[in-house]
Design a protein around this ligand. Structure first.
Ligand SMILES: Nc1ncnc2c1ncn2[C@@H]1O[C@H](COP(=O)(O)OP(=O)(O)OP(=O)(O)O)[C@@H](O)[C@H]1O
Ligand SMILES: [Mg+2]
Length: 219
């Protein structure tokens, strides 16, 4: 059954340092849709999607995550349902090796080690990184970091995924692999919001458009 994963209502957010304001009257993101978020550089796309998953909290208005007020949920709790890929992937990588990055959270949560191993191997294979499992995260290229960050998010059984310019640094082959992953998530009933200027992504993810202009959502 499709569900409303995220609803941001009457939200106003201002960065104190720059005064830039994002205003969102009513935005719903559903599990049976892929929403493409477009807009010029600096229009507020990243800010809007950070508001949609509680990384930034609005000064007024309400965020609902799967029907529940996000003010009553910790970021950790939200993260069990909603995955978020930062525009700069280095920001979310923390482990020493590729394998540790993939398996760390599952280990902490006490998941079955065999299941963790299988899932990590299958995701690394999909992103053409299986032979890099012992590599240092620190020494990966931009495109490799990008793929690892996405693969690591998918280790959790999330129900909604937010991707901020996920094709940055990816070559044609890896872009194609990412599009295949997106399509299989769509088939699994996982909703996606994606900021992208990439043709291939726009073609596969263009059903619902959210356009942002000067901090305002123009759907
Ligand atoms: N931490 C911050 N403090 C103050 N101002 C910020 C901060 N982050 C972003 N801004 C400002 O808010 C505005 C919107 O930024 P945002 O990153 O949301 O835009 P964007 O549409 O994602 O841009 P891009 O296409 O370049 O990624 C910009 O003017 C930016 O300078
Ligand atoms: Mg951005």
């Amino acid at each position: 059954m499709p569900e409303t994963a995220i609803r941001l209502k009457d939200a106003i957010f201002t960065y104190p340092q720059s005064g830039f304001k994002v205003i969102c009257e009513d935005l719903s993101l559903n599990t049976d849709e892929t929403a493409l978020v477009t807009g010029k550089n600096g229009s507020g796309k990243t800010t809007l999607l950070k508001l949609c998953c509680g990384i930034l909290r609005p000064e007024s208005g309400t965020l609902f995550i799967f029907g529940e007020d996000a003010n009553k949920q910790s970021l950790g709790k939200i993260g069990q349902n909603v995955g978020y890929l930062f525009q700069e992937p280095s920001r979310q990588l923390f482990a020493a090796t590729v394998w540790d990055e993939m398996t760390f959270i599952g280990g902490i949560l006490g998941e079955d080690p065999e299941a963790i191993k299988e899932r990590a191997e299958s995701l690394l294979r999909r992103f053409n990184m299986l032979d890099m499992r012992e590599r240092s995260v620190y020494r990966l290229s931009r495109g490799e970091k990008q793929r690892l960050a996405i693969a690591a998010i998918l280790m959790r059984k999330i129900r909604y995924l937010i991707l901020d310019e996920p094709t940055t640094g990816l070559d044609g082959e890896n872009k194609k692999a990412l599009i295949e992953v997106i399509e299989s998530l769509q088939n699994d009933g996982i909703g996606i919001a994606i900021i992208s200027h990439d043709r291939g992504i726009i073609n596969c993810c263009g059903q619902k458009r959210i356009h942002v202009e000067g901090g305002r959502v123009v759907q």
